[in-house]
Design a protein around this ligand. Structure first.
Ligand code: NIG
Ligand code: FE
Length: 397
């Protein structure tokens, strides 16, 4: 038995409903019911006890938070951190009317290929650290700016070493040198690239969208992932209506990400599936696009996650608190729904039952707010309210 830490003086403790987290069929995302005057005990990096402070057991060490709120650490289930360069000029052009298009990815591909491993790793570390300082304790990271076997493999290795989940996105766009050889590139992705990357890939993702991969190409790549037993997730319905969400559900994807343009049939399909609808409102903010219809998804009974999509093109924020505020203000999620989506929802999108909540047995990944309630994350947008961040019971931010 390790040393025990009693965290007490918690103004408001959000545990999240572990039943909804652990039981995939209980997909109704419950609204968290925070406890007042709560305490919890951490032992060996896990939550060993929680309850009213007056009932707290003795512990080796004690941390009094003086009335601050505690939430589960944010689970950022969608990010693209292995890249070089920035596209600030593209962003500026967008703000004066140039629409966002998938092709901008190729600018980052060129810069990423030119960077060495140390530069790429340093960029990932910088962003993971930035995320931790903003309350995030779990980060998923995709490849997709290498688009050669060697560059995808080194990107995936770095993602696997520096982040909590690594996703192979060799099918981000078709690289320029294959513009007239699309089928050959798809064959490269689903064959040799996937063979090389399989041992490091927690998930395989495809950008299924006009300007990226069509339905037939997406199916070929998803089939290849399934044949190797690797779970899938999809970039779906970001720039327009299309087959992405339907395919995600058909292939039992862990999540369908973006979901900006949904038909009633897409919403119904998500609601009747275990596939999480991962919403990325920072993208709509940064590309000046309409926000996804979170209310329709939630009201239909779909599982919803919120993530940053941190990437140099469509959305260069690393801030889950910012995305939380957007979810509440722009997508009409209640603060409770948004908090659940940014924690337990993200955990479900990564198929993790041990994070995203603080019930007994969960990993002690928690964020302390410089505020009496998590409501302040939306009520005080843009204010640095993260007091401290703990992962596996250790302070990381
Ligand atoms: O999730 N949609 C595809 N990929 C990223 C954008 C990448 C980029 O523009 O560099 C996204 O938005
Ligand atoms: Fe993305």
């Amino acid at each position: 038995m390790g040393k025990t830490l009693l965290v007490t003086g918690i103004g408001e403790l959000t545990v999240n409903n572990p039943q909804a987290v652990d039981n995939p069929s209980a997909r109704r995302d419950s609204t968290p019911e925070p406890y007042a005057d709560a305490a919890f005990v951490v032992e060996d990096g896990r939550i060993a006890w929680y309850g009213p402070a007056f009932d707290a057991p003795a512990a080796d060490e004690r941390l009094d938070l003086g009335g601050k709120a505690v939430i589960p650490g944010f689970v950022d289930s969608h990010a693209h951190l292995v890249f070089a360069g920035d596209r600030a000029a593209e962003f500026a052009a967008r703000m004066t009317g140039t629409p966002y298009a998938a092709g901008g990815i190729r600018t980052t591909v060129a810069a990423t290929r030119a960077a060495d491993d140390d530069q790429l790793r340093a960029n990932v570390r910088r962003l993971v650290h930035e995320m931790a300082r903003q309350g995030t304790t779990t980060v998923e990271c995709k490849t997709g700016y290498g688009l050669t076997l060697e560059d995808e493999l080194r990107s995936l290795r770095i993602a696997k070493e520096e982040c909590d989940a690594a996703t192979f996105l060799g099918a981000h766009v078709v690289p320029a040198e294959y513009a007239d050889l699309r089928a050959a590139y798809v064959d490269l992705v689903r064959g040799p690239m996937l063979d090389a990357c399989a041992e490091y890939a927690d998930f395989v993702d495809v950008f299924c969208e006009r300007g990226a991969y069509n339905e037939a190409e997406t199916r070929l790549i998803l089939d290849a992932a399934k044949a190797r037993g690797i779970p899938v997730r999809l970039h779906a319905n970001q720039l327009g209506h299309g087959p992405g969400v339907r395919l995600a559900v058909e292939y039992e994807a862990a999540s369908a990400d973006h979901c900006t343009y949904l038909s009633d049939g897409d919403i119904e399909a998500l609601a009747c599936s275990e596939t999480v609808a991962t919403l990325l409102p920072g993208v709509e903010f940064s590309t000046r696009s309409p926000y996804p219809d979170a209310r329709a998804l939630l009201d239909a009974g779909a599982s919803v996650a919120i993530a940053t999509d941190c990437n140099p093109g469509s959305c260069y924020t690393s801030s889950m608190p910012f995305c939380f505020a957007l979810a509440v203000r722009e997508m009409r999620m209640s603060p409770g729904e948004a908090l659940y989506a940014a924690t337990a929802g993200g955990a479900r999108a990564l198929r993790r039952g041990d994070i995203g909540h603080l019930a007994v047995g969960a990993r002690a990944d928690f964020t302390v707010l410089d505020a009496p309630s998590f409501l302040h994350l939306a009520y005080r947008p843009g204010v640095p309210l993260i007091h401290s961040v703990w992962k596996n019971g250790d302070r990381v931010g």
